[in-house]
Design a protein around this ligand. Sequence first.
Ligand SMILES: [Zn+2]
Length: 294
Amino acid sequence: MGIKTRSDCQAKKVKSLFCFGGEMYPKLTIWEKGGMAALKRVLVIILMVFNFSPCAFGWSSETHIFIATEAGIKNPEVTCFPDLAREENIILAGPFHWHDAAPTTIVTPDYIDQHQITEGMYVKVGAPESKPIKMKVPDPSGVLYWKILELYQHMKGRTGWEYEYYLTNIAHYVGDLSQPLHNFPYADHPAGDGKAYPEIGFWAKEHHQQFDSVLDSFLPLTGKEKETFQKMINPIQIASVDDLKKEISKIANSAISLANKCYAEKRLLTKDEALRQIAMSVSLLRVIMKNTNQ
Ligand SMILES: [Zn+2]
């Protein structure tokens, strides 16, 4: 399909830069809001060492396309664009695709609010005299849930190509949301609670790509299998942003619980489990389209 998968990523230099150990990660100095004044006074300097996991891709392009097709998106291939777009700035755009929840996490609307994109002032380490640049910085454990909310709010009132742009993006992230390992610790990176879970995380890293592509040989579904899949899609209603947070939480919690189950049993996702997960993505995407389409 020409869409990069995690294996492509692994073959590239980017992996050696970002996927091995923390010492090679770029170091950024962030001044909290009011950056220039803070710079002059040199009151507080927060040194952030980014510790993202940009090689954790999402469902395969085949699966993303299937989710988009089932949701009724006219040109489903475009929903794979965010996996390429993030390579332009993988440190900042990578965390849109996952949230490394601790294994005991129960995602709630409040939890979603705690892991978002915030604004800070960036100054290159070793060059404190350089002019700070205002930039948006994602929570290092990943902002997948929050990103879906942000896009949903951008979609309202938009039409034409602008609407299509946001739809393309939200369709991708609503797809990523149901991949169990996109909601689970990765390697020894700090999870949403700030703690590392290396045993679980390295197991998840090892099997990530197998989870991503578990459905590839079965897609697109046809005949009886497609009928069975259609029955897995439960229509939902969303009347407010808070409702959307609750629906995101449900899918995330289902994904976390399934990831825990697979880890406990040391096995991969089954075809049936994967289909039930993506049916939740299709269902959420349908209601998002229904609520936002003018
Ligand atoms: Zn993705």
